[in-house]
Design a protein around this ligand. Structure first.
Ligand code: ATP
Ligand code: MG
Ligand code: MG
Ligand code: MG
Length: 476
């Protein structure tokens, strides 16, 4: 079953059950605490909190989502994209646990002929929050899940909050068992790569206060009404239904891998290290195109920095695979051709998207060329001296002279089995910043303090706070 069909079936299923289809919000909302929209519920927060009255009691959407903290997972786990589509159904004070479970189960296990996904119920596992006996009973009663395939999990996994004051509540998740060839027995508690999480049902019923972490916060009050918020990973269901090993090989993502094979002359599936680079390209190309289409431009802070980092990782992965010529325009073209059916802006605004991506590629290829030579000199001298660490001085020189971001130095050092004296690097950076500030103060008497802009130029990513634990993925 193709991704477009999966999306449509989800929406139709919930429309039949009285939900109104709501379009995806932009990936970028006007909220300084939120880097990117990273869950379907984000656009509905004021409704859950009772601050605004929703125009409908039931809604369904397929939300564009970007999770930056999953960047490191890309290509390494089988199930993490940086951009993915979260299909969801929402009840604003209307139905609650019983119907949420019923609807989800019907869609997952309903026959393909009747609009369902046709999954084998024997392969599905579910979870519930520790003391949520009601959910456990409902999974047994409504869905017929035997108690041996229901697991209780604690705050960190099964009590959902945004990481900042806001709506929260216990949740129940649905996992698909891909079989023993994918990992250990024992359910999701034992192995989340074999038992893949496909859907999370949140019983949004409380408001949380401030707190220290994912599983350490105060619950302030019950929300005015009890709500449902669910999120199903479209790429994850696609992986299961298409019988492929990972989310990068699903129908809309794989074509970028094929294009990268063509451009580099390498074959996917023959070398573990190379495969990771192929998957990084396929994942990041899509994320970059979607971010640019929502107005993000490469930059040295915040959102722009994330985009820059994604584009640069594409360039570097392509280079590592042996590309000697620019490749970005081809990757953007393939993303457009696959994704425009759901996101027509990729076609109507293609010229701009392509220009932004190719502009960054051109600049970074120059940086890579010259910086890689200096990096190789530094690496070789460390290795020759029997050391294990690139010095802070070298990392600083790479940054200062060649515009090498520290994360690239860290990544390249890691590939060579070396560490980097990061503390030394940061110390040199702050010395430089102090000097610049003193200079500026000496020079100006009556001008505004520009040190804040210097941070941007120094390439120090602005730290976003808030929403930090919305799936722990909001922070750069
Ligand atoms: P995981 O534990 O696998 O990282 P999660 O618990 O962080 O997933 P949720 O926050 O519950 O995920 O998001 C709802 C659904 O979105 C998940 O059940 C999953 O199907 C999907 N999903 C989450 N993260 C990703 C991702 N990085 N790429 C693709 N799909 C994802
Ligand atoms: Mg999870
Ligand atoms: Mg989850
Ligand atoms: Mg996660």
């Amino acid at each position: 079953m193709q991704t477009h069909d999966i999306r449509r079936r989800f929406l139709d299923h919930f429309i039949r059950a009285g939900h109104t289809e709501v379009p995806s919000a932009s990936l970028v909302l006007d909220d300084p605490n939120l880097l990117f929209v990273n869950a379907g519920m984000v656009q509905f927060v004021p409704y859950f909190l009772g601050q605004r009255t929703p125009p409908w009691d039931r809604a369904t959407s397929v939300q564009k989502v970007v999770r930056t903290l999953d960047i490191e997972n890309v290509g390494i786990t089988t199930r993490h994209n940086t951009f993915f589509q979260m299909a969801g159904n929402f009840s604003f004070g209307d139905y609650f646990k019983r119907d949420a479970i019923t609807y989800a189960w019907e869609l997952l296990t309903g026959s393909v002929a009747d609009g369902g996904y046709g999954l084998d119920p024997e392969r599905l596992w579910t979870t519930a929050y520790l003391d949520d006996d009601e959910a456990i009973t409902l999974w047994q009663e409504v869905a017929g899940v035997p108690s041996g395939r229901i697991q209780r999990r604690g705050m960190a996994d099964n009590y959902w909050s945004m990481g900042i004051p806001g709506p929260c509540g216990p949740c129940s998740e649905i996992y698909y068992d891909r079989g023993p060839e994918f990992g250990r027995d024992g359910g999701p508690e034992a192995d989340e790569d074999r038992y893949v999480e496909i859907w999370n049902l949140v019983f949004m019923q409380n408001e949380r206060g401030a707190g220290r972490g994912k599983d350490d916060f105060e619950i302030l009050r019950p929300l005015p009404r009890r709500n449902i918020d669910t999120g199903m990973g479209v790429e994850r269901i696609a992986m299961v239904l298409q019988g492929v090993d990972n989310v990068y090989e699903t129908d809309l993502v794989r074509p970028v891998i094929v294009e990268a094979e063509r451009l580099t002359g390498r074959r996917y599936g023959s070398d573990h290290g190379a495969d990771i680079q192929f998957r990084v390209i396929a994942d990041h190309a899509r994320t970059a195109a979607m971010l640019i289409s929502d107005g993000v431009n490469p930059g040295n802070d915040g959102r722009g920095y994330v985009l820059r980092r994604l584009l640069r990782r594409i360039v570097r992965s392509a280079t590592l695979l042996g590309a000697t010529q620019p490749t970005m325009d081809r990757f953007m073209t393939v993303v457009r051709d696959e994704m425009a059916e759901s996101y027509p802006v990729l076609r109507t605004d293609f010229e701009r998207i392509e220009n932004v991506a190719v502009g960054e590629e051109t600049a970074f290829r120059r940086t890579l060329d010259s910086g890689s030579k200096l990096f190789a000199v530094a690496r070789d001298s460390v290795v020759a001296a029997g050391g294990s660490r690139i010095s802070g001085d070298d990392a600083f020189a790479l940054h200062d002279t060649y515009g090498f971001p520290i994360d690239l130095t860290l990544e390249m050092a890691g590939e060579a089995g070396l560490a980097v004296d990061e503390a030394g690097f940061r110390e040199l950076m702050s010395q430089q910043r102090r000097r610049a500030k003193e200079d500026a103060q000496a020079r100006k008497q009556s001008h505004a303090d520009l040190s804040v802009y210097r941070e941007f130029l120094d390439g120090v990513p602005t730290e976003f706070t808030g929403y930090t634990e919305l799936n722990t993925d909001a922070r750069v």
